[in-house]
Ligand binder design. Structure first.
Ligand code: TYD
Ligand code: MG
Length: 459
């Protein structure tokens, strides 16, 4: 008889323990641990493993590392933004997780992708656990995809889904969403950590064994109330996050893990009345709302994956009425902002004590590159000194704690994109390769003090 065990699982990080506590040892979150009664899932077979010595296994055939392997064949959806993020198209038998906030546009994206892949010749099934077939059809009609040869199902019972897949033998199946799926081998509610984990495990192993590519949609909730897709991340080959701000129409599909391609690639989309349309020139879009150069505004020449992206950083510095001044960041890391403020204060003698600091990345873009440091520092000093940067200038470079500037990768890529968008000069760190791009004068500096002195006459 299968042994029933009681474990306690954290809904934020998925860590399990055999006793309840108010705070998760794994991630440190409070009140996220709940009881998880289900069959023991200690091994893939569901049985607790016995001592190795008791029974011998068979020997595994070993191969050489140097064996030549042909690159996997790929199917192109025809949506370049999606294909690039996947590493150049969809790999057969691959498992992909698409995570994102509710309402951000995951179902829209995947219905469009399903239609494209189906039109490209893949037998595609779209299973919705959230919407009725009629709703999905209505959406498809609005998106102009009603004729695509996609098969639909509204189902949440995993056993029925797997049986259907076995019979239908599709090449691609989309499960929207993994939180609604329900497996009868685990007796806890759909959406709980053990259900999500078990459903994702069954789907991905089944798909791999049968040569099916599977896309799992996962909702992320900020407070971790529903099992986050994090528990699924390690089971899949590719993890994509669909991000964006509700008030903005831009959506960014970001690869955070990819066994079949680079993991920092992004695809940019725009949410329109007729679904998501691709943005082939994101820099132009992100800079489209920019006016005359003004204090606190700086254009950062960034790189996301293989593609350069120019974005505007905006800073506002104002005397604080509070004893503890505010530090508010949108689209960048708050910790990194604190670091830049500390470096400006201790290395360049520009204090921000008693001042509220707001930093915003325009257009709803999120930046994680360290090369944005110098652009952030430039925006902060520009706002504080009420002095705009020279017209037509872009900025990039990493700042170290000593105040030294470190060269950023892909300088040439950044300069070319800047030139293409009509910028005429770039402020960047010294060092690295000497790069000459026509039409851009490169102003290189070794440390932050030199930068502040030269650009703002301050420090
Ligand atoms: P949806 O794909 O349902 O989000 P998710 O699956 O991530 O929860 O998208 C929901 C939002 O997208 C909804 O607020 C309406 C908007 N939307 C459009 O603006 N245009 C469209 O063509 C579609 C289908 C949706
Ligand atoms: Mg949805």
């Amino acid at each position: 008889m299968a042994k029933t065990t009681t474990t306690f699982t954290c809904s934020a990080c998925g860590a399990s323990s055999n006793k309840w506590s108010g705070r998760c040892d794994g991630c440190g979150d409070w009140n996220t641990i709940s009881e998880d009664t289900g069959l023991s899932t200690s091994g893939p077979s569901g049985k607790a493993s016995k001592s190795i010595g008791a029974r011998r296994g068979s020997t595994i055939e070993l191969t050489d590392l140097a064996t030549e392997e042909a690159p996997p064949p790929r199917t192109h959806s025809g949506m370049n933004e999606l294909d690039r993020v996947l590493g150049g198209g969809l790999v057969p038998s691959s498992a992909i997780l698409v995570g994102g906030d509710p309402g951000i546009g995951k179902s829209t994206l995947l219905l469009q992708a399903a239609a494209q892949f189906a039109n490209a010749g893949l037998k595609t099934i779209y299973v919705s656990g959230e919407e009725a077939n009629a709703q999905v059809r209505m959406r498809a009609k609005r998106l102009g995809l009603a004729d695509a040869p996609v098969k639909l199902a509204a189902e949440t019972n995993l056993r029925n889904i797997l049986t259907t897949l076995e019979v239908e033998k599709p090449q691609l199946v989309i499960i929207d969403s993994i939180q609604t799926m329900w497996s009868d081998t685990v007796d806890s509610a759909p959406g709980s950590v053990s259900q999500v984990r078990s459903a994702a495990h069954e789907l991905t192993t089944f798909a791999k064994r049968n040569g099916i590519s599977v896309v799992l949609v996962g909702h992320v909730t900020k407070d971790g109330q529903i099992a986050g897709p994090r528990v699924v991340e390690h089971m899949v080959d590719t993890v994509l996050y669909f991000e964006g701000e509700r008030g903005h129409q831009f959506r960014i599909l970001r690869a955070v893990k990819n066994r079949f391609g680079p993991s920092d690639e992004i695809g940019v989309f725009e949410m329109t009345g007729r679904g998501l349309s691709q943005v082939t020139n994101p820099s132009a879009l992100f800079l489209s709302e920019r006016g005359e150069p003004s204090p606190g505004s700086v254009v950062f020449a960034g790189v996301e994956g293989t593609r350069p992206v120019l974005v505007e950083l905006q800073a506002l510095v104002a005397p604080s009425p509070h004893s503890q001044p505010r530090r508010t960041v949108v689209g960048w890391d708050g910790g990194r902002l604190a670091m830049i403020l500390a470096v400006l204060e201790s290395r360049c003698g520009i204090p921000f004590t008693g001042l509220d600091v707001y930093l915003n990345v325009a257009g709803g873009m999120k930046i994680s590159e360290p090369a944005a440091d110098l652009a952030v520092a430039a925006a902060l000093v520009s706002a504080r000194e009420d002095s705009a940067l020279p017209e037509g200038a872009v900025v990039f470079g990493e700042i170290s704690l000593s105040g030294a500037l470190r060269p950023a990768p892909q300088t040439e890529n950044r300069l070319k994109e800047s030139q293409k968008l009509g910028f005429t000069s770039a402020i960047a760190p010294t060092g690295g390769k000497t790069i000459d791009v026509n039409g851009i004068s490169l102003n290189q500096m070794g440390d932050l003090t030199a930068f502040v002195g030269e650009v703002f006459g301050a420090g």
